[in-house]
Design a protein. Structure first.
Length: 311
């Protein structure tokens, strides 16, 4: 029973992150990798066949515009990378496989854009159009309250979202793979091994991605460097926020699922608190790269236990 509650909490967490950072259709981003995992690894059951069928139907829906093809193309690249890594590196945990799958898919997408630069400009323009439509819808909902200040803010939000959509796509892709792994395990073939959130960590050398990204932002090189740096900082920053939260959970002994959900809702409703918490967790997560706080705390606890046992 605790395992089932843990799966539900994991599914809710991954799902909320995938939705919050979504710049493509979340159901497609989850459905195609899940379908490929089930076709490749099983299980061969009625439930699995239904899931595959629904995923393919959802993927086929929609107007076949340029963005429709990009969403499905990216989801297939991500699915192929994750399935290959799951088979090749079955000893890796989820974080390592999901991160490697996102980087591999991004590399393949980048190669396609290098070969066909016009495709990148098309995707960028389509993302800009989608963000502008969303902002226009939000402005219409506000009605008379949407003054010039609000409209100017919406324009800045649109520009920012377009600039960092690769990072947003990367974060939502990681979360989507978390949903895929959880559901795949539920259906009876747990190829993806999850650990507890308090143990979340990744290769310490990835801090250089964040540092180089920050350097590109600060250095007066040009708009392209700013954009590359901004995406690197946002993507890795999101990972370090989660790592910082994992450190805090490890030191405090964790919190209940109910408390976590309530705290998350309060933070979302009062966004300055959310920003403050995210900044604090970012600092803690980055610091853990060098300080290895959890290992030090465990070592201190082991010494204390050993000392208490001495006569």
């Amino acid at each position: 029973m605790p395992s089932r509650r843990g799966d539900l909490a994991r599914l809710a967490g991954f799902g909320l992150i995938a939705l919050a950072f979504a710049v493509t259709q979340p159901l497609v981003l989850v459905g195609l990798p899940l379908a490929l995992m089930l076709v490749t690894f099983g299980p061969r059951s009625v439930a699995a066949a239904v899931v595959v069928g629904v995923a393919l139907i959802v993927a086929a829906l929609g107007d076949r515009t340029g963005l429709w093809w990009f969403e499905r193309g990216w989801a297939l690249l991500l699915a192929g990378a994750f399935v290959w890594l799951t088979d090749w590196r079955s000893d890796w945990g989820f974080v390592a496989k999901a991160l490697a799958a996102v980087w591999l898919a991004a590399t393949m997408a980048a190669l396609i854009f290098v070969i066909r630069p016009e495709a990148w400009f098309d995707v960028n323009a389509l993302m800009s159009g989608r963000a502008s439509e969303a902002a226009a819808s939000a402005t219409r909902l506000l009605g008379n309250r949407a003054n010039d200040t609000v409209q100017a803010l919406m324009e800045r939000v649109v520009a920012l979202q377009v600039a960092v959509f690769p990072a947003l796509l990367g974060v939502s892709s990681l979360a989507a793979l978390g949903v895929v792994g959880t559901v795949h395990g539920w259906l009876g073939d747990p190829h993806t091994r999850f650990g507890q959130l308090r143990n979340f960590r990744f290769n310490d050398h990835l801090v250089w991605v964040w540092l180089v990204g920050l350097a590109l932002i600060l250095a007066p090189i040009g708009s392209s460097a700013d954009r590359i740096g901004g995406n690197a900082v946002l993507f890795m920053g999101a990972l370090y926020v989660v790592r910082g939260a994992a450190v805090v959970l490890s030191l405090t002994g964790g919190i209940s699922v109910t408390a976590g959900i309530l705290g998350g809702l309060v933070a979302l409703l009062i966004y300055p608190i959310l920003l403050l918490l995210a900044g604090a967790m970012l600092v803690v997560g980055l610091g853990d790269t060098w300080l290895n706080v959890r290992a030090r705390a465990r070592a201190r606890g082991d010494r204390r236990s050993s000392g208490n046992g001495e006569f």
